[in-house]
Design a protein around this ligand. Sequence first.
Ligand SMILES: Nc1nc2c(ncn2[C@@H]2O[C@H](COP(=O)(O)OP(=O)(O)OP(=O)(O)O)[C@@H](O)[C@H]2O)c(=O)[nH]1
Length: 733
Amino acid sequence: MLSNLRKFVVSHKKIPILHVNNMCCSKMRASLQRLKSHVPLGRNYSSLPGLIGNDIKSLHSVINPPIAKIRNIGIMAHIDAGKTTTTERILYYSGYTRSLGDVDDGDTVTDFMAQERERGITIQSAAVTFDWKGYRVNLIDTPGHVDFTLEVERCLRVLDGAVAVFDASAGVEAQTLTVWRQADKHKIPRICFLNKMDKTGASFKYAVESIREKLKAKPLLLQLPLGEGKAFKGVVDVVNKEKLLWNPNSDDGKDFVRNPLLEMSDPELLKQTTEARNALIEQVADLDDEFADLVLGEFSENFDLLPAEKLQTAIRRVTLAQTAVPVLCGSALKNKGVQPLLDAVTVYLPSPEERNYEFLERISRLLLPFADQHIEIPSLTAGNIALTVGLKHTATGDTIASSKSSALAAARRAETEGGKKHRRNNEAERLLLAGVEIPEPVFFCTIEPPSVAKQPDLDYALKCLQREDPSLKVKLDADSGQTVLCGMGELHIEIIHDRIKREYGLETYLGPLQVAYRETILNAVCATDTLDRTLGDKRHLVTVELEVKPVETASVMPVIEYAGGVSEDLPTASQEAIENGIHSACLQGPLLGSPVQDVAVAVHSLIIHPGTSTTMISACVSRCIQKALKKADKQVLEPLMKLEVTVTRDYLSLVLADLAQRRGTIQEIQTRQENKIITGFVPLAEIMGYSTVLRTLTSGSATFALELSNYEAMNPQDQTVLLGRRSGLTQVL
Ligand SMILES: Nc1nc2c(ncn2[C@@H]2O[C@H](COP(=O)(O)OP(=O)(O)OP(=O)(O)O)[C@@H](O)[C@H]2O)c(=O)[nH]1
């Protein structure tokens, strides 16, 4: 079966651990089918002579470059900053494609899912491999829309470096902050690319300032733009004091000249560049002691004498140490500035051996990804990214070892290095790659197959999609027996629905989209319960006395406490049964059947008759908690979203008035060039279908980004309305 394609990273280190990640799973499935029938994508891949033709020999010679010459990088940004367009240029200049793809024409290499091409957005990450000036670059284009945050996260954990792309007219936008934080978490060295320098309103200074202020990063200005907006024609290389000008008559941007800045021809620009270079040298010297010694010793009198290579080496060190980020600029759409960006990737971002991965070596079937094409290869050296097929029991986030003993050995080593204590029977679990953090879904809706006979097919499709995308949750509604989809947003659920149709041939029906509420209690309540049941000749008897009380954890995992007498001599199996009972009871609150958040459960006493099964213990505890929750004063919590709307001045008051009607609270209104940026909070229930409303209100000129902030207590009136609607059975929002 081809349904189990998985992606992994192979390490340069000795430990045979395989890191599995299923990026591109469905894409690769599509590609395999496409490859079989030899239907090209309408793009020319002839720069890979002999490769797609299964010529393993010729391939072998190109797949194993020295590790120091490998760069595994991701491209990340806010939606629409231009990642895909930049990637297209990169592929073109590296010789991977022969023509320039265009997002707006729907013919890019990396956005090859039908939904991506139709909507002009990236949904799944796509991997491509190409060479640039003797370096092997494995590049992953990640989605920018907030609904697909998890996809970005699972890419980041296997990457060595990243290029953060910004819209130079907007600077740091909401989703940039999210991906930046994710990259911080995975300690990914980065380069910033200020794209869209050709756009009206583009401002290098503004964008750099926003990197400094919002991302709290130290930007290293390696370039200065030559003109902005319509006047943008090239860049100045600050490190080398050179001017890079693109030929205005060249329609693909391949033709550009690099000339040293001279006193005679460019006195003003030379002065400006020298100042920028001196500032850069001082900034790097502040961050790197070795460089500071060099600069203060040999070159203190005249920074002009400092060779560019020495400065580059120091910039590389601070980039790898993540104490600063190199900043470059250009316009991917107008084909300017992409080649120097590629140079910077090879010069400043790390090779796999400069990162602390400890992965492994071989697997039976290996594929090298070229977006939606792939080539089977016999083996791969460490440090590369590839795909594998046929893993039936793995899912996103798994780490695979070649053998249990190697995993244990590696775990032991990790333990020694980490210097932490660990339980013996848990050794293998220790050697996991940093897992992906799966965000909680905020929307749900029912999904029905076209007929009852198709239910197994739907279950299968959902199972496969969930393995690829753990942010999609599927559950069964115990009352109605319906399948329920839980997702990250309207777009997320829409795409899943569409994929079930296109990839699994099933026309399904979605129920109305509903908000995933939570519940909590406002006071502490005690309850007792006894379960006495005789099954066959066995008597099961349990009596429990417990207390549920409010605590502030912002989590649906209840805090569990035992009174002194209870925990003594409590067998592990009984303890597990109690905790299972507690957890299952807290999954369905008494108000809406939603998960209960912010509670602690204290077990005061427990009497178990000998021979009572653990299932009965769980059932008794669960029933007792339900009883206590019912008695308590209860509160519905609703998802509160952080909202950022970018709108022109003319429409500001309209948008604000509309937000007020949606129970929105405004945090601040900033001015960014001609635009106003509104940031605030609004309940999710009030913001469904907002994209259409905003488009209508502002004649399509405004954009917005939405992110879950927290769960907030609903006010009593709104709660009464909601409960009233729910008791009338289905709530339609
Ligand atoms: N003016 C200008 N427009 C650009 C530039 N780069 C991209 N665009 C346009 O910006 C829009 C978004 O470009 P994409 O490349 O799809 O952006 P993206 O970041 O990949 O978007 P997602 O994948 O959906 O997050 C398209 O209409 C592009 O034509 C640029 O350098 N200048």
